[in-house]
Design a protein around this ligand. Sequence first.
Ligand SMILES: Cc1cc2nc3c(=O)[nH]c(=O)nc-3n(C[C@H](O)[C@H](O)[C@H](O)COP(=O)(O)OP(=O)(O)OC[C@H]3O[C@@H](n4cnc5c(N)ncnc54)[C@H](O)[C@@H]3O)c2cc1C
Length: 653
Amino acid sequence: MPLAADSTQLRAAVAALDPVVARLCLVHLTGDRSQLTRFGPAFDGAQRGPQSTFAGPVATMKAADPAVVAEIRDLLVRAMSANPEPVLTRPGRALFRQMAEFCVGFPLGQTACDMAREQAGFSQDEGALEATRVPPEDFKVLVIGAGMVGINAGVKLKAAGFNYRIVERRSEVGGTWSINTYPNAAVDTPSVQYSYSFELNPSWTKYYPRGPEYLAYLKKVADRYGITERIDFNTAMKACAWNESRQIWRVTCERAGREEVYEANAVFIACGFLSRPSYPDLPGLGSFLGPVVHSAVWDDAVALEGKKVVVVGTGATAAQLATAAAARAGHLTIVQRQPNYMLPDPKVLQHVGADELWALENIPFVLQWTRFQSLSTLLTLPVSMARIDHEWRAQTGGVSAINDGVRQFCLGYIGAKFVDRPDLRAKVTPDFPFFAKRPILDCGYYDTLLRDNVDLVEGEPSACDQTGVTLKDGRRIECDVLILATGFILDFLTGFDVRGRGGQTLESSWRPYPFAYMGLEVPGFPNLFITSGPNSALTASHTTLGEQQTHYIVETLKTMVEEDLAAVEVKPEACQSYCARLYEELDQTIWVNHGTAHGYYRHATGRVVLGYPWTNLHYWQALRKPELSDYLVTSRSEAARIGQPTKAVAAAG
Ligand SMILES: Cc1cc2nc3c(=O)[nH]c(=O)nc-3n(C[C@H](O)[C@H](O)[C@H](O)COP(=O)(O)OP(=O)(O)OC[C@H]3O[C@@H](n4cnc5c(N)ncnc54)[C@H](O)[C@@H]3O)c2cc1C
């Protein structure tokens, strides 16, 4: 139903739009691509509105000619009023590239445009194999975990026609977002990009939604795609063992105290990497008379009102939690081992304005182009933000122009926030390179430090008694409630008994430290895919990474069906050569050359196990399709000779 031309809401919504987005939407609505070029350099895309911090704090935008912008807005209002159905819904590669380059205001490579088309939600699974075979019914895939990545796995396995089942140890989907219920738990990547590209959500109430809103989104996606019905809840995987003669995985789970065994041709691990809370080793902790609560095992019954509260930790969770606790506690002491870089975003606590929300919900393609803008640093970063530019270092002593630019931006922010508090300024200023540990979105934390009822104490707790905490330097802090925001044990899958070929355990393969080909596969473990695995993170939001990894796994499974394969296993030499390149590149980063930075990016051995050292664009490209020459493959006919045929492997449920 066309909207009335003078619709006040439409005019207000169009007025709230970034002019570049408005112009791109006009092209979609009218199909008139001359709109992209008709103003020449007076309006060539470099005139974007202000971006979120995470979309590039150092970029400076040109101001667009107000008369030109007014004309575009007027044309958009008229086009929407005439017919809100877009003429152009799926721009082809060439046109999309022209539009994308207009959107960023400078040339982009074709690969970046292909990734953008997919990741901004214009297309799905760019470069996917056109399958000629339907996956056989007896080819079963078992997914472990129904967090963000497990749900993603379900959606894509279903779309590709695979017979799959998901086991989830909790009673609901959502993983992190179901587990972490501490006050102020919130997403700290803009929601417009921390959401599935295949299920964009125009209706986020905030730019950085709180945990419950994010959890509701995940539940909705799981229901909408019919994933929930394929999940066995309250079912915890305990062990996985490869059966060589049948070329299948036997997965032992526990449900309601009973053992359940599943059999599957392939196992898709989506257990996450931040789910085992890390507790500090504090003698006397058991004697503390008040509540002791870890952020990841939050107890709403714990009252903070008027109490003396101690928060141990200053990571992303601690910053959110401390901000909430300070508003309720009589007095709050934050114990800081080391400061972190804080990134400000004026939108951090804001609700999405009514007009912007209306535009996102009603004007075709506002959502996709807004997402595209948010992703633009992923597309344009030539090298990882973590990479040291040696020439730059020789000249300046810094890391690289971009890394140092962001560092200066953060230091400037500290200076501006703590003008009259040199004591706090000194305490919160990191002395290590930016991104050597996880930077944090400032959700009001610095303002919290300025409150009269808050103290920031440098040190590390070493013991507890009935009524307080003692620090390593001997200082004692009395408190009624002790909150441990001390993070998680980054152990990947070492808590489970996973046995591959010849009974070899994953734990022993990963001694002294975990590694994986593409962050996903380990030699000796056929048809086992580990998402959020070693060295696969830190180049993009976790939804983006999860989608990229899921794509690769599904493409590998489709290839197995096409090629009639029973098993694929990465060759040891392919994995070694991949890891050698990875470690060589990591050596060039500030994750290895991290100065004084602590944090979970590194394993106990010192090996960097979290980060992928190249860019996200590089990872996306590497994960388009499996390189079969890197794999040992077993055909179904060979498998039949090895043992019994692979048919009729019955997944329970
Ligand atoms: C508090 C917090 C905030 C975060 N915020 C952001 C952010 O803003 N942006 C960002 O990019 N990243 C963020 N992350 C990191 C990452 O995005 C999330 O952890 C994300 O939820 C990971 O998704 P996942 O599906 O891989 O794992 P999870 O969400 O951890 O889900 C794993 C699921 O597997 C289940 N499971 C585990 N083991 C078993 C088993 N043996 N058997 C059966 N089920 C099992 C778990 O119960 C869980 O449901 C955050 C992490 C935390 C902890």
